[in-house]
Ligand binder design. Structure first.
Ligand SMILES: [Zn+2]
Ligand SMILES: [Zn+2]
Ligand SMILES: [Zn+2]
Length: 143
């Protein structure tokens, strides 16, 4: 992971103390978080960034390819810092854990699907949903 101020500058943002706090909180989280949740979390410390600053920072990071969004229900989006390179995700539907899959095993299939319908492949996206080992294990214990 690159330095926080470098990441912010590449996203077109000045690396202010508040924006650095936002990125550090994202880094610590590991799981995708909504702007609202981040605001609530940071609100407890003094001089915390406002919700508008949090939204703008998250959106700039996403546009620059440093963060990905995940649906968080009711039209909300949650954000997670991500490697800018092409990759996929395994997402736990119960606890929200996101595991990065750095290798791409979809490219060939996506190209074939596109070709068969006369499309030229330019990009694809694929995330895999399910239960993480911990959540699946917990379910088994309860049964
Ligand atoms: Zn990712
Ligand atoms: Zn889980
Ligand atoms: Zn891929």
């Amino acid at each position: 992971m690159m330095a926080v101020d470098q990441m912010l500058e590449r996203a077109g943002l000045k690396a202010t103390r508040q924006r650095t706090v936002i990125v550090r909180a994202l880094e610590r989280s590991g799981r995708p978080v909504t702007a609202q949740a981040l605001h609530a979390r940071l609100g407890r410390s003094g001089n915390a960034p406002g919700l508008a600053t949090i939204y703008r920072t998250l959106q700039a990071l996403e546009q620059a390819g440093y963060a990905r969004t995940f649906p968080a229900g009711e039209g909300e989006l949650s954000y997670k810092l991500c490697n800018p390179g092409h990759h996929h995700h395994l997402i736990c539907e119960r606890c929200g854990l996101v595991v990065e899959i750095p290798s791409c095993e979809v490219e060939e299939w996506a190209g074939e699907v596109a070709r068969r319908r006369g499309f030229t492949l330019s990009a694809h996206q694929a995330d895999v949903f399910g239960l993480c080992p911990q959540c699946a294990g917990g379910a088994r214990v309860r049964v």
